[in-house]
Design a protein around this ligand. Structure first.
Ligand code: CAA
Length: 302
């Protein structure tokens, strides 16, 4: 395997689109400012200045290990987590899109070369799964933009996101049994919750590839779009969400996530508590007043 040296494995950009919503993923915010911009403490430089508009409040995070079909090794996971947590702490970042570089893979799994020498003890001591838990705790909405393979840990990463936008020819799967192991980064739990026991059993016990069309039919995918439009569609979805009142969005994400963990009565109680708490926010007053005054709301995030 060709191994990259010290090159960063994860890129953060402030995406941009043409007026028609076509091109994506240039450093839009920086372009708009004519130079550099920072988001989550990460500096981005303008690479394309022409005819692009920034996608407000949205960061695009790209896994960049083309040589290994964006397989997630330890360094990639550390960089991904660092980028996501920094962006999560930045109130100007209201939605994130995660994708993989190129058209061949979102991510083809955890890095098999790196895993091949592990023991039960070394895996447990590595803290790898705590990193996955921290990704699941990111409060800013996360959208996976999936082109090509999302296998093993790549599929698990997409399922850890709040939504998946997939290319019509993308391929999902949890092939870990074929390697003598099983899904370890949430696959058995999240696939079951997304698709039900019958499909989860069939897919995990055979390790077969799941075409995106089938994944969408079984509820894993939010939007299925042509491959060339995956990132642009995910960014457009992210932009719509970023324009919503952020406290309400985060509270809704948390309530939906809790639904997978809590009995119905507790989930309903948590939902009610969060709903009531939003009536203490300026955005609730503004949102309802704006509706009654027939004007767009001006969200403050308070
Ligand atoms: N880890 C490390 N390297 C990987 C990789 C992975 N998961 N997936 C692909 N690569 C590397 C290949 O070794 C190859 O490298 P070289 O060019 O240096 O040989 C390169 O990426 C291109 O891959 P292929 O030549 O295999 O490409 P292909 O088009 O023939 O096949 C594929 C594509 C079907 C995705 C195939 O690469 C494949 O099956 N990959 C492994 C998928 C997998 O089993 N994922 C689960 C990993 S375990 C896991 O994720 C555990 C967990 O729950 C956290």
């Amino acid at each position: 395997m060709t191994e990259e040296s010290g090159r960063p494995r994860v890129r953060v950009e402030f995406p941009a689109m043409t007026a028609g919503g076509k091109a994506a993923a240039a450093t839009g915010k920086a372009a708009a400012l004519g130079g550099e911009a920072t988001l989550g403490g990460i500096v981005a430089r303008a690479t394309e200045a022409a005819a692009l508009r920034p996608v407000d409040g949205v960061a695009l995070v790209t896994i960049d290990r083309r040589e290994a079909l964006n397989a997630i090794d330890r360094a990639t996971m550390e960089q991904l987590l660092e980028a996501l947590e920094r962006l999560d702490d930045d109130p100007t970042c209201r939605c994130m899109v995660i994708t993989g570089v190129g058209d061949r893979a979102f991510a083809a799994g955890a890095d098999i070369l790196e895993m091949s020498e592990q023991t039960a003890a070394s895996i447990a001591a590595s803290g790898g799964f705590e990193r996955w838990d921290r990704i699941a705790r990111i409060a800013t909405p996360l959208i996976a933009a999936v082109k090509g393979y999302a296998l093993g840990g790549g599929c698990e990463l997409a399922m850890t996101c709040d939504m998946i936008v997939a290319a019509a020819d993308a391929v999902f799967g949890l092939p870990e049994v074929r390697l003598g192991v099983m899904p370890g980064a949430g696959g058995t739990q999240r696939l079951l919750r997304a698709m039900g026991k019958a499909k989860a059993m069939e897919l995990i016990l055979t390790g077969r590839n799941l075409p995106a069309v089938e994944a969408e039919a079984h509820g894993l995918v939010s939007l299925l779009v042509p491959r060339a439009e995956v990132v642009a569609c995910a960014l457009a979805l992210a932009e719509t969400i970023a324009a919503m009142p952020p406290l309400a969005v985060r509270a809704a994400v948390q309530a939906i996530d809790q639904a997978a963990e809590l009995p119905l009565s507790e989930g309903l109680a948590a939902e009610r508590k969060a709903f009531n708490a939003l009536f203490e926010t300026e955005d609730q007053k503004e949102g309802m007043r704006a509706f009654l005054e027939k004007r767009p709301a001006d969200w403050k995030g308070r």
